[in-house]
Design a protein around this ligand. Structure first.
Ligand code: TMP
Length: 215
């Protein structure tokens, strides 16, 4: 049975994940691969509704509620989008996944990491990324770069100290899972970042080669 290739993009808010996801998808499609792009929380109608609730600036919620909402969205997304695409042999490019949950709800909100890990596995039916690209940047530098941008959601309005904890959380995961997670310096021109991501992916064991969807 064909099994596709699952790539996730992670990092602090505003580090350029969405732009890089689009660029990466275009580059991989040019190489003849079938690519599905998606995001978390989101990716299905139900999960997008959950996204609206969990990111609503006007709502207050506890850390456990927040965790369970992200995981409810993930369960939908894995069942209806990610698992079927992988089963069909496609490349799936996802903007955030379980590493975000470990960092935001585990490390930063302070929920017990072993519990968060266990619940993540349950929600994702054990589906894990083949490779993860960590777009790493100092939140202070990002803030300066986009000083004119409005705060968009509940998590973004948490401020600089929160984002610095997020960055540290991701770096700790990168140190622990160095073979899966590849750290890329996001504070460079978009072209250079895309080039580094492609080079990092090409170095992976099972990365699909040109003109084939089967790996
Ligand atoms: P985005 O702005 O990158 O689309 O992500 C939405 C926000 O949700 C972002 O601040 C990170 C946060 N988040 C979590 O806290 N836990 C999760 O499991 C995921 C997927 C995202």
């Amino acid at each position: 049975m064909p099994h596709g290739y699952f790539i996730t993009l992670e990092g602090v808010d505003g580090g350029g994940k969405t732009t890089q996801l689009e660029r990466l998808a275009a580059a991989l499609r040019e190489r003849g691969l079938t690519v599905v792009t998606t995001r978390e929380p989101g990716g299905t109608a139900t999960a997008e509704q959950i996204r609206r609730v969990v990111l609503d600036k006007d709502l207050v919620m506890g850390a456990r509620t927040e965790l369970l909402l992200y995981l409810a969205a993930r369960a939908e997304h894995v069942e209806h989008v990610i698992r079927p695409a992988l089963a069909a042999g496609h490349v799936v490019l996802c903007d955030r996944f379980a590493d975000s949950t470990l960092v935001y709800q585990g490390v930063v909100r302070g929920l017990p990491l072993d519990e968060v890990e266990r619940l993540c596995r349950f929600a994702a039916e054990g589906v894990t990324p083949d490779r993860t690209i960590l777009l790493d940047a100092d939140p202070r530098a990002l803030l300066a770069r986009r000083a004119d941008r409005q705060v968009e959601d509940r998590l973004e309005q948490e401020g600089l100290v929160f984002q610095e904890k997020v960055r540290e959380g991701f770096l700790a995961l990168w140190r622990r899972h160095g073979s899966r997670i590849c750290r890329i310096d996001a504070l460079r021109p978009a072209d250079a970042v895309t080039r580094d991501i492609l080079a990092a992916l090409a170095g992976g064991d099972r990365f699909p080669r040109k003109d084939t969807n089967h790996v």
